[in-house]
Design a protein around this ligand. Structure first.
Ligand code: SF4
Length: 89
């Protein structure tokens, strides 16, 4: 498990919510907005091409949009630290 996970705002949340209905994913996204490790979480999903669930406040569909906009990007940290995720998708 990544070291940032210990500070995750969703650490006590049922993990199944992250992979279920759109309504559940919206609930998780609200938790992500106050998560201190959201950038690390999103980087983890993008760099490891995780295709399912909410990571870093983005659903799988939103991450696919982001990946299509930046097809050759291998490092995400600088882009994510300079922009809000909602501005990127
Ligand atoms: S950004 Fe969201 S999914 Fe990722 S660790 Fe934080 S609360 Fe959990």
């Amino acid at each position: 498990m990544a070291s940032w996970w210990a500070d995750a705002a969703c650490a006590d949340t049922d993990a199944e919510l992250m992979f279920s209905t759109a309504a559940d994913q919206q609930l998780i996204k609200r938790i992500c907005r106050r998560c201190p490790v959201a950038t690390e979480c999103l980087i983890e999903s993008l760099e490891n091409q995780i295709q399912y669930g909410v990571w870093g406040g983005l659903t799988e569909r939103e991450r696919r949009v982001l990946l299509r906009k930046h097809p050759n990007r291998s490092s995400w940290r600088s882009l994510l630290q300079a922009n809000s995720t909602t501005a990127l998708v």
